[in-house]
Design a protein around this ligand. Structure first.
Ligand code: ACO
Length: 401
């Protein structure tokens, strides 16, 4: 217990809210969540309707601009994104500096941070057009960088974006194209990935978006802001959960081990949690998880894949939802519970799952950064703390300690 009167200066009054469970950090018109009812709206549009009728690029436009585009606006946006997909050739030597077994999220943080050196502060980010262009560049180049990270880890030559293709098809092509011949793209795969990108595009003030805003509040370069978002996303409590879910399902290995996994997750001493379960805001079904679960069955069916992981996941969900521990704490499957199974069916390697999330969430991060830069109440983010350290004391010479 600290005697505040002995500290050099009184610290004033403020609230203590570790983990920001009841603190709004900003005003935003982008995304609305009702965690009790399981509602998610992007700019007022229910996620279910966007998932059914829209596509990722249209959703990115909506998030950035506040309204759905008409045909001309969409064509112009798609043109802009398509014409900023290339990376500077110097990135080839930059990427060559990573260890061959580097995690792709580590590479993504580094590559995005380095983009700040290509589009540096000589550019005037006070100019709305320069800000918009930064947003377009980020949405356009993320798939190119992500594919480069994967190809580097495989020891394959890097591939160039084929701009005659759509956003998702272009990415899949860059990922899997081989010198031996053209890639046969399954429309089911492209549609499934587009849907996952829509569902992951934004989720208001989650850890990574808040990080982008905090870094953005200092006036930092936008590419550095997004790199900080990628770093925050990587953790297993956030976007890294999709990778962790697949590892957990593989570890469970068989439906007969499901109940013991549930029991272990209830035991606090075990340090084990059911990955892909629970959410800070949703105390009901995550609406994205419902859509993904349905899509998982469809995709696996259409691709003719019989994956035992899906059986394990379904049994795990069933067992947890019947269990008092999970019911009382309102722990439901979240967006990441089933997404990994779809990515696996699309042959995306497990280490790339969070990178997929980052491609999609870039639309949200960019939109929040743009909104923040235009906010007349925009201030540097500067939380306070409850000091728990030593009282004021005098320095002692080394021989007196
Ligand atoms: N398995 C077992 N118990 C859990 C789980 C879980 N997945 N999640 C929460 N709990 C328990 C906690 O132990 C705690 O129990 P207690 O009240 O007896 O102490 C209670 O439920 C509340 O949990 P908190 O950690 O306080 O909830 P918080 O809102 O801080 O955390 C989080 C939310 C991080 C998502 C948590 O549920 C979790 O770790 N889930 C697993 C990781 C995951 O799936 N993350 C992805 C989230 S979605 C996204 O970011 C895209």
């Amino acid at each position: 217990c600290i005697d505040i009167s002995k500290l050099p200066k009184a610290t004033g009054r403020f609230t203590y809210d570790s983990g920001f469970t009841a603190t709004a950090s900003c005003k935003s018109a982008i995304t609305y969540i009702d965690g009790d009812e399981g509602v998610l709206l992007y700019r007022g549009y229910p996620i279910e309707q966007l998932a059914e009728h829209s596509n990722f690029l249209e959703v990115a436009y909506l998030l950035m601009n506040g309204e759905l585009p008409d045909a001309k606006q969409f064509a112009s946006f798609e043109h802009d994104v398509t014409h900023h997909t290339m990376m500077h050739e110097a990135f080839k030597s930059f990427i060559g500096g990573f260890r061959h077994d580097a995690h792709p999220m580590a590479m993504l943080v580094g590559m995005l941070g380095s983009m700040a050196s290509f589009y540096h502060n000589d550019l005037d980010y006070d100019d709305p057009e320069q800000r918009r262009l930064a947003g377009i560049r980020l949405i356009a180049k993320l798939p190119t960088i992500a594919a480069a990270c994967y190809r580097y880890s495989m020891g394959w030559p890097l591939s160039y974006p084929r701009n005659e293709l759509g956003y998702v098809e272009r990415f899949l092509h860059m990922m899997f194209e081989l010198p031996s011949g053209p890639l046969e793209l399954s429309p089911v795969a492209a549609k499934a990935m587009d849907l996952l990108f829509i569902l992951h595009a934004d989720h208001e003030q989650n850890a990574s978006t808040s990080t982008v805003r905090l870094v953005g509040s200092t006036g930092a370069n936008p590419y550095a802001c997004i790199a900080s978002g990628v770093a925050a996303l990587w953790g297993p409590a956030h976007g890294g959960a999709n990778e962790a879910v697949l590892k957990m399902l593989a570890e469970i290995g068989d439906v007969k081990n499901v109940q013991s996994a549930v029991d272990r997750a209830k035991d606090k001493e075990s340090g084990f949690r059911l990955m892909g379960f629970g959410h800070r805001v949703y105390k009901n079904f995550d609406p994205r998880a419902k859509i993904i679960r349905e899509m998982t069955h469809k995709v696996l069916g259409e691709l003719g894949i019989d994956d035992p992981m899906l059986d394990i996941a379904m049994r795990l969900e069933e067992a947890a939802l019947k269990d008092d521990y999970f019911v009382q704490r309102k722990l439901y499957p979240n967006v990441d519970f089933y997404s990994g199974i779809i990515y696996k069916a699309l042959k995306i390697p497990t280490e790339m799952f969070t990178v997929m999330f980052a491609i999609a969430r870039t639309a949200g991060w960019v939109s929040h950064w743009l909104e923040q830069q235009e906010d007349p109440e925009f201030k540097i983010g500067r939380p306070r703390q409850i000091y728990t350290g030593a009282e004021s004391r005098d320095y002692m010479a080394t021989d007196k300690r």
